[in-house]
Structure formats: C-alpha cells, structure tokens
Design a protein around this ligand. Sequence first.
Ligand SMILES: O=P(O)(O)OC[C@H]1O[C@H](OP(=O)(O)OP(=O)(O)O)[C@H](O)[C@@H]1O
Ligand SMILES: O=c1cc[nH]c(=O)[nH]1
Ligand SMILES: [Mg+2]
Length: 211
Amino acid sequence: MRLHVADHPLVAHKLTVLRDQGTPSATFRLLVDELVTLLAYEATRDVRTREVEIQTPVAVTTGTKLAQPRPLVVPILRAGLGMLDGMTRLLPSAEVGFLGMQRDEETLEAITYANRLPEDLSGRQCFLLDPMLATGGTLVAAIDYLLQRGARDVTAVCLLAAPEGIKVVEDFVGDRADVQVVVAAVDERLNEKAYIVPGLGDAGDRLYGVV
Ligand SMILES: O=P(O)(O)OC[C@H]1O[C@H](OP(=O)(O)OP(=O)(O)O)[C@H](O)[C@@H]1O
Ligand SMILES: O=c1cc[nH]c(=O)[nH]1
Ligand SMILES: [Mg+2]
C-alpha cells in the first residue's frame, strides 16, 4: 500500500479550520469540498490516459485524454458523500457507485447498509471517498468489496488518518492489489472510543448533524 500525505499550506490551513469545534456545518461542508479538490489533484496523478490527435486553430497536435473504462468514484455514506462533488468536479466523466457503511460504536465493526456498485470492476480505477480512517475497519471492508468484484487499482481519499488504521489497511492489502491512500494529515492516535486524536470529531455529524 502506498501512502501519500498532502503537504501544502492551503491544505494545512483549511484542515485547521475544519478541526475547530466552533466551525459551523455550512462552513465545514464548504471546507471538505475544497480540501477534496486539492487532494483529488494528488489522488489522480496516476489516472490512466490515452493519446489523441486534435486540430488546434493553428496545427495538428497530439494531446491527452482520460482512457476507457471510466474511473469509478465510490463515496462511503454518510460522511463520504460530503466529498463527492469535490471529486467529480475534477473527474466529471467518472461513474459513481455507493457504499453505505456505519461503524458499530460498541464493537467497532463496519456494518454495510447499502451497496450499489458495478458487478465487474476488473480493469477499473476506483476512488473511495471517506474523510476518516480511524481503526481502518470501514476502509478495509470497502476495499474488500472492490477487490471481490475484480478491482486491482484502488485509491482511497481521506482527510484524516490514524497510524493504527493505516497499519490495518496495509496488513489487509499486502500485495493483493495496488492500493494508494491519499490523506490531508496523519494524526497522533486513536482515543479509547476509537476517535482520531486530535481529529475533528464525528465527520458525519459535523457535516449533516447528529442522528
Ligand atoms: O476506520 P473506522 O474505525 O471504521 O472509522 C471510520 C468510519 O467512521 C465514520 O463513519 P460512521 O460510522 O460514523 O458513519 P457516518 O458516516 O454515517 O457518520 C467515518 O466516516 C468512517 O466511515
Ligand atoms: O474520529 C473519528 C473516528 C471515526 N469516525 C469519525 O467520524 N471520526
Ligand atoms: Mg459518523
């Protein structure tokens, strides 16, 4: 597994405002959207392309376009939904699949309550969106769905990750597939409730309110 930590002052600035408990939902949503667009730029560095010949008003030239099949973007509901628009703004031709997953706060197990993905993902580049990589249980379950359907090229875009969760994903993936995790920051640790420290709290609640 490859880990890419975005190292940019704008990312650091926006993340700091995002972490602040005084930041209201409307601003939080806007910042998540902006951060994802910055991360998407890094996350799509290896997106597959093909050469095309075009005619400019001046000359014939060779350019670059995205290759087929189209990339697949999969937000993990709820919180990952806040990252979808920012990602598809950079990848407007992508298809979108959905995974609804909720961490059982007692057992910390990821429970899947919705699954709408193409049957065959062989040869597809897949982008998973989830702001928080805490114990790694949710991301491992999501990567497992994609691998079971034939995907071998998966990039997860997260805002914050805990070292414990990164290790869990690394151990799960091994050499089974090319998996990349792109994050805005790796935090210190998990607390006794498996929340990321210092983190930003419950991303889903901060985006959409407490359920
Ligand atoms: O790495 P893990 O320990 O599995 O935790 C991370 C998961 O927890 C949060 O979702 P949550 O279960 O709160 O659902 P929500 O998005 O509906 O709030 C977060 O968005 C991740 O999906
Ligand atoms: O810190 C955390 C851990 C899991 N889920 C969140 O939303 N935040
Ligand atoms: Mg939540």
